[in-house]
Ligand binder design. Structure first.
Ligand code: AMP
Ligand code: MG
Length: 600
């Protein structure tokens, strides 16, 4: 595989200008602050050099490439002559203590011991059983197969190490096979790093399949190198920046299951296996990123922490000098939303026209203000049939978009009166409020093209029965106001009851057809098309006043909220509590809404 130099030139508007610029760049030597990119394939993955050492850039790429080849020749399980293959084939090997095998296997066994076997280089037979080493498997290995492998082949204690006084190390495989895939790339990066430093390299970033180590600075002011990790949620496909820049000499690695996995019978299994259970890791994490003083550490520890999960992982990494970890959960938006639903429910009932509703409105406004937004509490009174005035409060906030257009997201936050003294409407009023707040937080950090206005509506629930003076108070007030002010909206999206663990999304007939189409596409995109039902009937809900005012609106509601599929028996009962909700469901609806906004 040849080394490829990648010229990165920011696309400029006019072709003529671009041509002129390229000519200029070629004629002139790159400025010292400019970063040069090289990439190629090594060790079955993408290798990359970013360097500001312009005069020796090509030599640096070659040195790196040679280092990777050398490590692969020593440690690959796919190479018959490699030290690792010989150890497995012969059952024992005697190598120099400074050899690649001694360094990497020695460290792997140490991490195995420290992590109680969460990281374990004897994971090889499990990798094979789960189909990661060639061949296709049509079903997961049986429980018996797994327990046999665990009993007979897995366990780092089987590998014996003896240090000869002559600077040599003797390994005995203990009849097991070894896999250094969780650590070898990091080691290869360290080897390349040392050689580049010896050669005179100063300012560079080297990367092998996401194992990164940096030297010097990228020349953009503040020192160090800025590194981004992929947003594993796939909603935006974005890159997320690490919480801080990497300092010269530091390394970073990410382990996760979202890029490398195997599909058996339609289900995805992680390529990282928990050697304590024999099962592919399936915990709350989407990925773990570890910053460490060397790439071998960041590589081994990121794999280890992915197996350990966040709680045990933090304990493990806290004791390691110079190491920091960033854990990314599978449902960050949904988890944030659920936390907010729980906090809102903890305030107690929020029946319209009671102090509880006032407290809730203030709480919502405070949450929005804490995100740096400028919420408005719009109080309005509406006369009752007996002529007495009744106060309602809508809470509103807008996040400016990067482009044009405007979308309105709606949720009611009031609870239904007359159910019980402790009715908190976790799904009904709570779930959509928590999700809207979480979406606001998300959009503050990553704004989208249209501006997004969030409206938390009061008085949705009717006291007796829906009518001109009962129910939908907040939405009628807001729809009228926006229409009278001539505000244009691309879409009005109402969320209502969107947190049920057993998520079914029932779209009432009254709703804009194009928005329903967008909804179906977005639901399919996030793998939830099967959970959607198009209802043949209309529903009285907060979107209706907007339709009446001439806006395009849709109601996203799960009206099958109950103890069994298709039942709705938790609705408007004291059973509507936060334990019936899940972060996963809230995440799915949040993802759908973000996609709809994108495609509006
Ligand atoms: P990484 O991408 O660095 O997290 O490493 C994943 C690779 O490490 C897998 O493809 C396997 O080769 C290997 N591996 C899988 N599970 C483990 C484990 N529990 N301990 C050590 N290595 C593992
Ligand atoms: Mg690793």
């Amino acid at each position: 595989m040849g080394i490829r130099r990648v010229k990165t030139i920011v696309a400029l508007c006019a072709v003529a200008l671009l041509v002129a610029l390229v000519a200029y760049r070629v004629a002139k030597r790159p400025a010292r602050s400019e970063v040069e990119y090289w990439d190629w394939l090594s060790m079955g993955t993408l290798a990359e050099l970013q360097t500001r050492d312009h005069s020796i850039a090509k030599a640096e790429a070659q040195i790196m490439k040679d280092a990777f080849t050398e490590v692969e020749d020593a440690l690959s399980v796919f190479r018959d002559g490699s030290d690792l293959s010989r150890l497995v084939a012969d059952g024992t090997i005697r190598v120099s203590s400074t050899s690649h095998l001694a360094r990497v296997l020695g460290f792997a066994l140490k991490v195995a011991d420290e992590s109680g076997g969460a990281f374990d280089p004897t994971v090889a037979p499990l990798m094979k059983a789960w189909g990661f080493r060639g061949g296709t498997i049509s079903a997961p290995p049986s429980a018996t197969t797994i327990s046999n492998i665990l009993a007979n082949s897995v366990g780092w204690q089987r590998v014996e190490v003896a240090y000869g006084g002559d600077g040599r190390t003797v390994f005995a495989s203990g009849g097991t096979r070894l896999d250094l895939g969780g650590i070898a790339k990091g080691y290869a990066i360290d080897l390349a790093y040392e050689r580049l430093k010896d050669f005179g390299g100063e300012n560079f970033l080297i990367n092998l399949g996401g194992n990164i180590r940096v030297s010097g600075t990228n020349g953009r002011g503040s020192g160090g190198w800025t590194v981004a990790i992929r947003d594993p949620f796939g909603v935006t496909g974005n890159w997320q920046h690490l919480p801080r820049q990497l300092r010269s000499g530091e390394a970073v690695a990410t382990s996760g299951s979202y890029e490398r996995f195997i599909e058996i019978g339609g289900k995805r299994y992680s390529h990282i296996i928990d050697p304590r259970t024999g099962m592919p890791v399936d915990n709350e994490l989407a990925s773990v990123t570890v910053i460490a003083p060397t790439a071998m550490e960041s590589d081994a520890y990121s794999t280890t922490l992915f197996v350990l999960g966040e709680e045990d992982g933090r304990r493990f990494i806290d004791g390691k000098d110079g190491c920091e970890a960033v854990f990314v959960g599978k449902n960050p938006l949904g988890t944030d939303a659920l936390r907010r639903v729980e906090a809102l429910c903890a305030l107690g009932p929020r029946n319209a026209m009671t102090p509880g509703a006032k407290t809730a409105a203030k709480w919502i406004a405070d949450e929005l203000a804490a995100m740096g937004l400028e919420p408005e509490i719009d109080d309005f009174d509406e006369p009752a049939t007996d002529g007495s005035a009744r106060i309602f409060r809508n809470v509103l906030a807008t996040i400016k978009g990067t482009g044009s257009g405007r979308v309105l997201l709606l949720s009611h936050y009031d609870t239904k009166s007359g159910i019980s003294d402790d009715f908190v409407g976790a799904n009904d009023g709570g779930s959509s409020t928590g999700l809207l707040l979480a979406l606001a937080k998300h959009l503050v950090a990553s704004p989208v093209s249209p501006s997004v206005t969030f409206a938390f509506l009061d008085g949705e629930e009717c006291v007796r029965s829906y009518g001109e003076h009962d129910g939908l108070h907040g939405s009628r007030h807001l729809a009228r106001k926006l229409r009278d002010e001539g505000v244009a909206l691309d879409a009005v999206i109402l969320l209502d009851m969107v947190g049920d663990r057993d998520l079914t999304l029932t779209l009432p007939r009254n709703g804009d057809a194009r928005l329903k189409g967008l909804f179906l596409l977005a639901a399919a995109d996030v793998g939830r098309r099967q959970s959607v039902r198009l209802l043949p009937y209309e529903m009285t809900d907060d979107h209706q006043p907007f339709i009446d005012a001439g806006y395009k609106a849709i109601d996203i509601i799960d009206f099958e909220y109950g103890s069994l599929p298709e039942l709705n028996d938790y609705w408007h009962t004291p059973s509507d509590t936060p334990d019936k909700l899940s972060a996963e469901s809230l995440q799915a609806v949040g993802d759908i809404v973000l996609k709809m906004i994108d495609g509006r």
